[in-house]
Each structure stands twice: as structure tokens, then as C-alpha cells.
Design a binder for this molecule. Structure first.
Ligand code: 5GP
Length: 202
């Protein structure tokens, strides 16, 4: 019961807006995604690559719903947009531990927004001779998309609002909320724009 109390305390913050996806909906969609992956890759062994830090809660729930032999690995990256979002530059700050040559890889992301991060990662991983690479994202925000990407698995599509919880942060906080919340834009308006357009901390 301690976890529930913690969420209640955190949700008293005036930074948080309304709940967008309650934990029950998240559990349901994660289970559906796990079933789809199990069906699509039946007979194969897969490697799930998660991007630190936002994607880890989704990854840890997702792998429990996949009924296949699998392994996991992690990458860490930083993105910088110098003046506007189109100038995004991605840098790997922690690379995978193991080779992906000949493997069936699924990149597991928390949210795909402009698509700059994932398109860079896709190009980078494809150059390492995997058997296949596909993308699974919990959330897809198409309204801000800059690069066209083929996403095989999408949990939910969302609009403009900046969100937190279930791994997603605001200034490194709120990752431990079980549900996904909108931020209260009146409180943090200026901040959110700079987060979206300049330096996104993973
Ligand atoms: P992209 O390169 O697609 O623009 O950026 C994707 C990354 O930006 C995500 O992995 C996440 O770290 C961050 N991001 C984008 N939108 C949001 C949001 O609404 N909330 C949070 N917490 N992070 C976001």
C-alpha cells in the first residue's frame, strides 16, 4: 500500500494536470502490445532495446507480457536543438553492451515526438547488421513529427500536451507515477516550450 500513498502525495503537486491514461489503461495496452509482439515473432528470439531513462518502466512491464525468449539492452542519448526543433542533434552517451548482428531487434520508446531521436537510432542500429529492427512506442505524438518513421507498434496517439508519469519526467521528477498525467500548462508554460524545443533530458 506504500506505493499508492506515494502517488497520492506526488499528485498533490500543482504542476500536475489531469490524468490522461490511468494505470489500468496502461496495463491493458501494454498487455495487448506484448501479445502482438509474441504473435509476430513466434519461433524467434528477440532483443529489446530501451532508451534510458524514460522507457524503462514501459520496457519492464512489456517484457512480462511477451511469451518469447528475449534479452534486453540499453542505450542512453542526449538530444540538442540549438535554436529550434529542426536543429536536433543526437549523441549516444551510453551504447549497447552487446552486438546486435543477426538479431531481431525492437526499439522500445516511451514517446515519439518529432521523430528525430528514433530516426537517428534507427539509422545507427541498422548499420550494425541486425536481422531486423522495428519500433514499439507507448505514445505517439504525430502533430509535431518532423521525420517520417514507420512505427510497427503504437500504444496510444496523443496531442500537443506535455505529459509525465510511467517513466516520463518533468525535470527528472514524476517518473514514479503509475498513471500518465498532463502537466498544468499555466504553471509551467514557458518551461515546457523550452523543454520541447531545446534540450530534452532523457
Ligand atoms: P523526439 O526526438 O521524438 O522529438 O523526442 C522523443 C523524446 O522526447 C522522448 O523519448 C522523451 O524523452 C521526450 N519527450 C517528448 N515529448 C515528451 C513529453 O510530452 N513528456 C516527456 N516527459 N518527455 C517527452
Amino acid at each position: 500500500m506504500k506505493e499508492i500513498k506515494k502517488e497520492r502525495e506526488l499528485t498533490k503537486s500543482n504542476i500536475l494536470g489531469k490524468i490522461l491514461f490511468p494505470s489500468s489503461e496502461l496495463r491493458k495496452i501494454v498487455s495487448e502490445l506484448g501479445n502482438q509482439i509474441t504473435d509476430d515473432y513466434r519461433g524467434k528470439e528477440i532483443l529489446l532495446v530501451s532508451i534510458l531513462r524514460g522507457g524503462i518502466i514501459f520496457l519492464s512491464d512489456l517484457i512480462k507480457e511477451i511469451d518469447l525468449p528475449l534479452s534486453i539492452d540499453f542505450m542512453s542519448i542526449s538530444t540538442y536543438g540549438i535554436n529550434d526543433e529542426t536543429s536536433g542533434v543526437v549523441r549516444i552517451t551510453k551504447d549497447l553492451e552487446d552486438s546486435i548482428e543477426g538479431k531481431d531487434v525492437i526499439i522500445v520508446e516511451d514517446i515519439i515526438d518529432t521523430g528525430l531521436t528514433i530516426s537517428y537510432l534507427l539509422r545507427n542500429l541498422k548499420s550494425r547488421y541486425p536481422n531486423s529492427v522495428s519500433i514499439c512506442t507507448l505514445l505517439n505524438r504525430e502533430v509535431r513529427r518532423i521525420v517520417d518513421i514507420d512505427i510497427k507498434y503504437v500504444g496510444f496517439s496523443i496531442g500537443e500536451k506535455y505529459i509525465v508519469g510511467y517513466g516520463l519526467d518533468y525535470k527528472q521528477k514524476f517518473r514514479n507515477l503509475e498513471s500518465i498525467y498532463e502537466l498544468n500548462t499555466d504553471t509551467v508554460k514557458k518551461d515546457i516550450e523550452s523543454l520541447k524545443n531545446n534540450s530534452i533530458s532523457k
